[in-house]
Design a protein around this ligand. Structure first.
Ligand SMILES: C[S@@+](CC[C@H](N)C(=O)[O-])C[C@H]1O[C@@H](n2cnc3c(N)ncnc32)[C@H](O)[C@@H]1O
Length: 240
């Protein structure tokens, strides 16, 4: 019987990379020790799980190879229901009080908000902004307390409608947060909408956790917590 994925990556680190590649050796040790990463690799055919393919793919996508923590950049735990394919997006639109554009000055500002050591985040942001610049999505100037129903009225009626927001409701005071819940309830009365929020503890009624997860966000579906997340997307701990 062949070696399992942990043995494959550990063996690569010890027997092939040690003393030869100071950057790849810790990456392979990290993969060997990461249950979620191994579980993901184990969904692939056996011949596609080999370290050289993973390492090459990460470099091809300009991913980080100098730091195992960034390499495994969204640590996961719990029964995360990972999709087996990307959803087909038939319509998308968003708004912000002050929408930024994918042009030079806004790009520089957004990149400046990323912490200096997080090279992988800067690279991912740059790639995402490249996609946005090439095919700009609808992005309106709007206030979520006022403009959400109007925006959703433009969505086609035959898709699955999802309202997603992240790190926004903390900017509202308590009365405004409660008004936003009312807005969402009103929207849900007119149409089947999935409300997916990724926000700090205490900003969405019904989605609080006790004890509160310090320094983490709560991913909630229709006000029910489903996971605790790293605020910048670096971890996803699915609740049992
Ligand atoms: C910390 S940023 C989060 C950006 C993004 N959602 C993310 O997770 O990276 C907060 C954003 O909320 C926007 N914002 C604050 N109050 C808002 C409101 N009432 N309506 C729409 N956008 C708002 C701000 O303009 C800012 O761009």
């Amino acid at each position: 019987m062949g070696r399992n994925t942990a043995e494959l990556y550990q063996g690569m680190a010890v027997h092939e990379l040690h003393g030869v590649s100071p950057s790849y050796e810790p990456l392979c040790r990290a993969v060997a020790g990461s249950e979620p990463t191994r579980a993901l690799l184990d969904t692939l055919p056996r011949v596609k799980r080999q370290p050289n393919l993973l390492l090459g793919a990460v470099r091809f996508l300009a991913g980080p190879v100098d730091d195992p923590t960034s390499f495994l950049n969204c640590a996961r735990s719990g029964p995360v229901p990972l999709p087996t394919r990307l959803p087909e997006v038939v319509w998308r639109a968003g708004f912000d009080l002050n929408p930024l554009q994918a042009h030079r000055d806004d790009r520089r500002w957004l990149a400046s908000l990323v912490w200096p050591e997080q090279i992988d985040r800067v690279e991912r942001l740059d790639q995402a902004l490249g996609l946005v610049a090439a095919d700009p999505p609808r992005l309106d100037a709007g206030d979520l307390l006022v403009d959400l129903p109007g925006l959703l009225a433009d969505a086609p009626s035959d898709g699955t409608l999802v309202v997603f927001h992240s790190a926004v409701l903390a900017y509202l005071d308590e009365e405004q947060r409660s008004r936003f819940t009312d807005v969402m309830r009103a929207v849900k009365r007119t149409r089947d909408v999935h409300w997916v929020s990724n926000e700090a503890n205490g900003v969405i009624s019904g989605a609080d956790m006790n004890p509160r997860p310090h320094g983490r966000f709560i991913l909630a579906h229709d006000q029910v917590p489903v996971a605790v997340t790293g605020p910048h997307g670096h971890s996803l701990d699915w609740l049992p």
